[in-house]
Design a protein around this ligand. Structure first.
Ligand SMILES: C[S@@+](CC[C@H](N)C(=O)[O-])C[C@H]1O[C@@H](n2cnc3c(N)ncnc32)[C@H](O)[C@@H]1O
Length: 339
């Protein structure tokens, strides 16, 4: 069984529709939770599900038992996929009706026991962050105390790139930054983490639809040089920044003189205009990395996502298409050139 998580219960309906559109199967709901189940026969390798924040692929289920026994059975399964001396990513969480994703309580105890058992078998887990080059074990506890395990080896991790999340259960909350000109800064912070790549010192970035400057602010904080395009000016300090070149022009018409490290867009526009940006910047190879939000009006028009998935398969970029925690009625398409 695959378990597919939505950001919260409000996004379950669009998620069900998307899975039906993309794969022509009807997933099962898990009562009261932002969670769907689909049969393992559904091939999710190299696929995209935009309205899912996180997925547990090809799972094994361990019914209620003592936590120690559950941990031992889970470790046995993990050992069948990873080799001695490997370091792996491990996420253990409960999916609860009341609080959503929780890492405390039974999940914390289970994680501790899994960790100790793995160590006895010379498998280490990384303590902080997420490493895309390592195998990945996810354990989700449900209200009936069953534990669901998904274990991907290093090769599988790269093929389910757009479906898993570096955040436990797909959930995160970017800390507030009172100095940021807008709350939209959270989207570009989260997108970099999901992409596993940071905007770096000395890089060049174009911020399409930049006003009031949340994304430019983060790019500058990371040390990048910014070309900021909008019809309206950015916040005063960013306008004064010598490393920010502000152009008051139409973002859709601008073409750079050379290939840029990053093209990012948070332009308020219809999805077909984001397809235009994909064609220009990504298929046209005018940037090495990109982050574009796709905004919707009301609860309709989500079927356009299938066009983005086709484009994603046509270009030489490793792409992630996902609803970020910081996205409202929008999803984000992002990617980096394949090495
Ligand atoms: C959601 S805001 C961007 C917020 C920004 N990312 C931040 O962090 O502060 C979208 C911006 O897109 C701009 N915009 C819309 N259409 C545009 C176009 N054709 N060319 C340039 N900017 C455009 C709007 O003026 C608006 O400032």
């Amino acid at each position: 069984m695959h378990y597919i998580l939505a950001k919260n219960i409000d996004w379950l309906e669009p998620l069900v529709e998307e899975i039906q559109n993309s794969f022509e199967v009807k997933p099962d709901r898990v009562t009261g939770l932002p969670l769907l189940k689909a049969s393992n026969t559904l091939d999710l390798r190299d696929k995209y599900i935009a309205f899912s924040t996180c997925a547990l692929i090809n799972t094994t289920s361990f019914l209620e038992d003592s936590i120690s026994k559950q941990a031992m059975s889970i470790v046995e399964s993990i050992l069948s996929k990873v080799s001695e001396d490997e370091t792996i990513n491990l996420h253990v969480f409960s999916m609860t009706h009341k609080y959503g994703v929780l890492e405390t309580g039974r999940a914390e105890i289970l994680k501790d026991k899994i960790h100790k058992n793995l160590r006895k078998n010379k498998i280490r887990i990384i303590r902080k962050g997420f490493e895309r080059s390592l195998s990945f074990a996810q354990v989700m506890l449900l209200d009936d105390r069953s534990a669901i395990l998904s274990i991907q080896d290093t090769e599988e991790v790269s093929h389910y790139n757009s479906l898993y999340s570096p955040y436990v259960g797909g959930f995160n909350n970017v800390e507030d930054d009172k100095k940021a000109p807008s709350r939209a800064f959270k989207k570009i912070v989260e997108a970099q983490e999901i992409l596993g790549k940071n905007i770096s010192n000395g890089e060049t970035l174009i911020d399409l639809g930049a006003c009031p400057g949340g994304w430019t602010y983060i790019a500058r904080k990371n040390g990048a040089k910014v070309i900021a395009i909008d019809r309206s000016e950015l916040r005063e300090d960013l306008m004064q920044d010598e490393q920010v070149q502000f152009l008051q022009t139409d973002a859709f018409k601008y073409r750079p003189e050379e290939i840029l490290d990053w093209a990012v867009s948070d332009i308020i526009s219809t999805p077909d205009r984001v397809i235009e940006l994909m064609t220009t910047w990504v298929l046209g190879k005018l940037c090495r990395n990109f982050i574009f939000t796709i905004k919707f009006q009301g609860k309709e028009g989500y079927t356009v996502l299938e066009e983005f998935k086709k484009l994603a398969n046509e270009c030489d970029f490793k792409i992630i298409l996902k609803q970020l925690n910081a996205n409202k009625n929008e999803v984000t398409i992002m990617g980096s050139e394949r090495e």
